[in-house]
Design a binder for this molecule. Structure first.
Ligand code: GDP
Ligand code: ZN
Length: 259
């Protein structure tokens, strides 16, 4: 992947903290992040500019393009980032307009907005397909499903890394074991009080250890589910006599294939 484009919008989806996670994860993957601020037609110029400003401060070197996928605005500028030999994938929460963007990008040839990609069979409106599209003017595009659990991809290191500046700042606290709560001489509290540090980010930082513990727990649970599913699959396979013979044959050392 050369470019990972994160689609968001200035409204309810807007979450600087989540964007920060995206930035860290994308950078660690070796790809370049690109932010597409979508649905700008629904917001005032000031609202759009404010969101752009926050994103710029979060990651000054990341390209940010404001677009309206529905009204074909800013798409030309986005197209400039796509070229032959480059692979781009589009990520972002469900409902931010990823499918609309892909449709706009491709014209009438492809249509998979909304509930087209239902494979769950449970009547849930979830985009689960992953499409790979060769763009006419060059470039390869992967349309990803909305990512609900970006935390699943992360790890302790990444989480800590996204607070590296605060860890650095903590060195200036008066006490080495400062809890950054009511302790006197706390550099982090001071930054919050002076409006240099976002209050919410500060609270997230205080909660970091809890979050790391929670992440470890969830990842373990997930791992257990995966293992259980694997066992179940093997059992189902072995229920069929022919499969069982085949499984045994495969598991015997030095087996010879008959065909
Ligand atoms: P996805 O889940 O990220 O693929 O989101 P969709 O592409 O399915 O879009 C979700 C909803 O947002 C749809 O009703 C779209 O019509 C709408 N939408 C997408 N882009 C825009 C936009 O630029 N402006 C406005 N007003 N609505 C949009
Ligand atoms: Zn402190």
């Amino acid at each position: 992947m050369d470019i990972v484009a994160v689609v968001t919008e200035p409204g309810t989806d807007f979450n600087p903290r989540r964007m920060e996670r995206y930035f860290t994860l994308i950078r660690r993957s070796g790809a370049s992040p690109l932010i597409l601020l979508n649905k700008t037609d629904l917001f005032s110029r000031e609202e759009v500019e404010k969101a752009m400003q926050i994103l710029r401060e979060l990651s000054p070197e990341c390209a940010i393009i404001s677009i309206s996928a529905l009204h074909n605005r800013g798409i030309t500028e986005f197209r400039k980032c796509l070229s032959k030999g480059k692979t781009i994938c589009i990520v972002g929460s469900s409902g931010v307009g990823k499918s609309t963007l892909v449709n706009t990008l491709l014209g009438d040839e492809w249509l998979w907005t909304g509930e087209v990609n239902e494979v769950t069979g449970k009547g849930r409106h979830t985009t689960v397909a992953r499409e790979l599209v060769l763009l006419k003017h060059g470039g390869l595009l992967i349309d990803n499903p909305g990512i609900r659990e970006i935390q699943m991809w992360t790890d302790e290191h990444t989480l800590r890394e996204s607070f590296a500046d605060l860890t650095e700042l903590a060195h200036e606290c008066k006490f080495a074991d400062c809890s950054h709560g009511k302790d006197s001489g706390c550099a982090i509290r001071k930054a919050v009080d002076e409006g240099k540090l976002d209050k919410e980010r500060y609270l997230n930082f205080l909660n970091l250890e809890n979050e790391i513990a929670r992440l470890a727990k969830r990842q373990k649970k997930r791992q257990m589910n995966v293992e259980r599913a694997g066992k179940r699959d093997r059992k189902v396979q072995a229920r069929n006599y022919e499969d069982r013979v085949e499984l045994e044959r495969r598991h015997k050392p030095n087996h010879r294939s008959h065909d």
